[in-house]
Design a protein around this ligand. Sequence first.
Ligand code: HAX
Length: 435
Amino acid sequence: MSNLKEKFFEKSSKLKAEVKSELKEHGGKIVGDVKLSQVFGGMRGVPSLVWETSKLDSEEGIRFRGLSIPELRKQLPTRDGCTEPLPEALFWLMLVGEVPSQEEVNWLSDEWERRSAIPEHTFKVLEALPKDAHPMTQFVMAIASMNSESEFVKRYAAGMSKNDYWDPTYEDAMNLIAKLPAVAAYIYRRNFHNGDHIKADKSLDWAGNYAHMLGIDDPDFKSLMRLYLTIHADHEGGNASAHTAHLIGSTLSDVYLSYSGAMDSLAGPLHGLANQEVIKFIFEMIEKSGGDELTNDQVKKFVEDTLASGRVIPGYGHAVLRQPDPRFTAQRLFAEEYIKDSNIVKLVWQLFEVVPPVLQGLGKVKNPWPNVDAHSGAILVHYGLKEYQYYTVLFGVSRALGVLASACWSRAMGFPLERPKSVNTDWMRSIIKSA
Ligand code: HAX
């Protein structure tokens, strides 16, 4: 057994036993009230999921096993002279709660490379789809098609003890993460580069190799990919994609199917598709305003016109956060350091000045600040990745790290089938009457 798998088994068995005895004694403790507005309001703030890998604070933003994004950038191992953290290191941290050594991270890069082969039929599935099928549709179908490889499915069919569920889930999670960059790069090159595919460079790390297979070998773009795939990896369990994976996984569906479902959720414009919507919005602003060097007044006018037409400002607002998203800030710092002169990046910064007061002025938006999706597109455009329909796939490659580390925890802890109570409007009226 590898060091990582052994550590995970040791830590999860210990926690499972502790939680079992704590729940036996304290399981009846009341943890809060639920308001009618929460029942009708997308369950905001209702504690109902356990997620070990990261925790979101509305003011401070995301922490991965207690570490903020600036702390990750300082503490996680790096490579090839690049100062950005390696996503491998974040996965290790999320899975076992320890910052890995350089040697451990190098082992994980090699391990994922060893597991990265994609079944032939997955390419056939992709080739059967029209070229203009949205990249997220292709990504979802490719991931689902690889469930033929699931160790969990094979061992469940052979008759596996509940106590062993964690083991093939770990194997499936590691295999799926390893395969995602090549699948995602295949979709990009198929759609936007006439199917001119690029072979993996086995000497590279997970993110560096993804950049290489996309066809952008600029070392700064590799650095961006390491940062991008790290900061998008997890955002606790209640966000739509993570929650979808958890719900599907709770039926004992394997991680290929549950992660494919998660990607269906990520593909919505209120969630991960917002990164494509932001850059579309910026391109539209440039076109309508007659250039990419605009005054703040011109930017404001475009923002107000968008709101007046009944649309939201993409990249702004959040269901939990109440401050600028630290993932936005991390990308801004990256752009300040690496990109000296880009009008499109400047427009992102102008929007940051203009949008919050306009949204505050509406008097209903709970968070007027930028979220993760407000910045990413402008940086990608700078490095030549202009095909914004593809952006959510990049997000989806990253999100696997947190969601699949969590899937391992859910299996190891033996979390049950998810089954919340639904109600109807008659119930609502009876509650109002009785109150
Ligand atoms: N522009 C205009 N109006 C906005 C807004 C925005 N960016 N954000 C919120 N509002 C509006 C809502 O539409 C809602 O209006 P109604 O009452 O008329 O329906 C009102 O303000 C209250 O909404 P809220 O409570 O502040 O926000 P929610 O928790 O309901 O929604 C969203 C959170 C992220 C969906 C929302 O802010 C939004 O639509 N933002 C734009 C899309 C976006 O950037 N999504 C990406 C979010 C991050 C993410 O998941 N990335 O993957």
